[in-house]
Design a protein around this ligand. Structure first.
Ligand code: SF4
Ligand code: SF4
Length: 115
């Protein structure tokens, strides 16, 4: 029997499991908080972060998310004005603590906590 995996949850009886645990719907990984598998988490030092985006690109779990923030400070010509900016943050619900982001950050802005 094959069912939509979206309907599965911790109390699902075995009869509702998909054959071979096949996935029958897209985007279902959001429902599974694989970040619970580890106690080690990366921490991004926003003062050191140069927003190069490398951590976002190398994370195998898409657990580095980009947030648009308002009122970013601008320097140089036009100083005092504000603009939209971006900030890289860790999605702790889905980060598995592999450390690839910290290893690849060229500015040492990511530290693994809990090691
Ligand atoms: S790799 Fe480092 S400097 Fe680049 S966006 Fe990520 S935390 Fe910031
Ligand atoms: S530790 Fe691994 S899973 Fe977590 S954000 Fe960094 S690269 Fe992604």
């Amino acid at each position: 029997m094959a069912v939509d995996l979206n309907k599965l949850h911790l109390r699902a009886p075995w009869q509702d499991l998909t054959t071979g645990m096949m996935i029958h719907a897209g985007g279902t990984s959001v429902e599974f908080h694989t970040g619970e598998w580890t106690a080690v988490k990366p921490s991004i030092d926003q003062d050191k972060c140069k927003k190069c985006g490398r951590c976002h690109m190398v994370c195998p779990d898409s657990a580095i998310v980009v947030r648009v923030v308002d009122n970013a400070r601008m320097e140089g010509p036009g100083c005092g004005k504000t603009a939209l900016d971006r900030m890289y943050q860790v999605d702790t619900d889905h980060c598995k603590g592999c450390g690839i982001c910290a290893y690849n950050c060229p500015f040492d802005a990511i530290e693994m906590e809990g090691m």
